[in-house]
Design a protein around this ligand. Structure first.
Ligand code: AMP
Ligand code: ZN
Length: 466
């Protein structure tokens, strides 16, 4: 498999540190609000990366954090007159509701920054002891000059960065490029005891610390949205590598933005839709297909029209599934013939093609095209004359190729099921109107087809008897 590594700016062969295992850390949401579908793109992209590694036989240890202490958290909690912890609890719960609805697999671990305060304090202590960080009156800063490779991820050099940096008069740090790893408590802010007095961790240190603690000093993949390359990930590298003297992550992956009219979707620009708003209108499969219809390193523009196009595409795919499921009830031959075996082989070539595309830095756009080509082929070649074995193979192949993308896993209602449900509804209507003759007629006609109705407190149920 090939993965584009932001650090080397090249597509590289993926070689895990331990054979068969991928240790992966993805920067997660700050839990002060519902997440928007721009964030959703990043979550869906890395969920797909994880699912695809699993599809290719890797065991993936997937850590995605919740940032549950920062300025935005404190501001919102104060506005609502609740504690930062209560705010975090609430929006972590809301995160799970939306992420589950988007068919995003639960992480192996979702650590919360506030649960790692002791470890973070030890991390900060280590950096001071080793001469990479310094304290000024309760704040602790990382000395960027002490890390010679600072800027290597974003491809900038420290002198240029320094020339561009503005000196913030509120901060007492020695150099404008230094960044806070521990922040002194201000009035109305939560704080924890530390060797430097009451305070709280800076944002960058939490990810370094939790990645070390949960996945080890060197991990396979560190990932997040494109906006995190600088300064967040640059700073994470500096702290982590100064502490351990080892490479922090072998591969750095970044997903491009979801835009609205060529601008990043973001809370601050107020051009966002929450995942929840979009899920009210569109099925999760539609949202995922839309997000994965472009390569993850290419910006994607959000519009109702593109979502409508994805909706039509998903309908086409599910129609094919539904036709195949209906055929299963009609076909007469069980076992595949010799010529069908040849056709099976031909179909399996689509799978090879799909793997070839997805192995090439998770090219979901091309992977999806392969699924469409395959389904077109099946639509023209599978008929009532086909064998059950072949139809079943087609169905399992569609589901198999859909699963790394997190789509096409629903079973559709067969025509028979839909017809029975319609008849049951018609019978209920007849009963309401006291038209017992029609109601009995429907019951009897279903019975003659081996379908028995049962009136239960939960409504009418049906079952097939032989
Ligand atoms: P935040 O909660 O703002 O820290 O963001 C959580 C994740 O969503 C980070 O990995 C961000 O890089 C990512 N993200 C934020 N906005 C967008 C966007 N418009 N498109 C894609 N990813 C985004
Ligand atoms: Zn992070």
């Amino acid at each position: 498999m090939k993965v584009f590594n932001t650090l080397t700016r090249k597509k590289e062969e993926f070689v895990p540190l331990q054979s068969g295992i991928v240790n992966m850390y993805v920067c997660g949401p700050t839990v002060y609000n519902f997440f928007h579908i721009g964030n959703g793109r990043t979550f869906i992209v890395f969920d797909t990366v994880r699912r695809y590694f699993e599809y290719r036989g890797y065991k993936v240890n997937f850590v995605q954090n919740f940032t549950d202490i920062d300025d935005k958290m404190i501001k919102r909690a104060n506005e609502e007159n609740i504690t930062v912890k209560e705010l975090g609890d609430r929006f972590i719960e809301e995160y799970y509701k939306d992420a589950d609805a988007l068919n995003i697999e639960r992480a192996t671990i979702n650590p919360r920054a506030t649960e790692f305060i002791d470890e973070i304090i030890n991390f900060v202590k280590d950096l001071i002891d080793k001469g990479y960080a310094y304290e000024i009156n309760g704040d602790v800063y990382f000395n960027t000059k002490s890390f010679k490779e600072y800027g290597k991820l974003s491809g900038q050099n420290l002198d240029d960065l320094q020339a561009g940096a503005r000196i913030n008069i509120d901060e007492r740090k020695n150099d404008p490029m230094d960044f806070a790893i521990w922040k002194k408590q201000k009035p109305d802010e939560p704080g924890w005891e530390s060797p430097w007095g009451m305070g709280r961790p800076g944002w960058h240190i939490e990810c370094s610390c939790m990645a070390h603690k949960l996945l080890g000093e060197t991990i396979d993949i560190h990932a997040g949205g494109h906006d995190l390359i600088f300064p967040h990930h640059e700073n994470e590298i500096a702290q982590s590598e100064c502490r351990t003297g080892k490479a922090f992550a072998k591969y750095w992956m970044h997903s491009a933005f979801l835009n609205v009219n060529n601008e990043k979707m973001s809370k601050s620009l107020n051009n966002f839709f929450t995942a929840r708003e979009i899920l009210d209108k569109y099925e999760p499969d539609v949202v995922r297909l839309f997000m994965l219809s472009g390569h993850y390193r290419t910006q994607l523009n959000f519009s109702e029209e593109s979502l409508e196009a994805s909706k039509a595409a998903i309908e086409r795919l599910y129609n094919a599934i539904s036709n195949l499921e209906n055929l299963l009830e009609e076909v007469k031959v069980e076992v595949a013939s010799d010529s069908e075996r040849e056709y099976l082989k031909h179909l399996s070539e689509y799978k090879d093609k799909y793997i070839e595309k997805m192995d090439d830095d998770f090219n979901t756009a091309d992977g999806i095209s392969v699924i469409f080509d395959m389904i077109r082929d099946m639509n023209t070649n599978i008929t009532t004359e086909s064998s059950k074995e072949l139809v079943n193979y087609c169905l399992s192949l569609i589901r198999e190729l859909g699963s790394p993308l997190g789509v096409l896993q629903k079973t559709t209602k067969t025509t028979l099921e839909k017809e029975i449900e319609e008849l049951i509804e018609k019978r209920q209507e007849a009963r309401k109107q006291k038209n017992w003759a029609l109601s009995d007629e429907i019951r009897d006609s279903l019975k003659s087809r081996g379908i028995v109705l049962e009136d239960t407190p939960q409504g009418v149920r049906w079952k097939k008897v032989d």
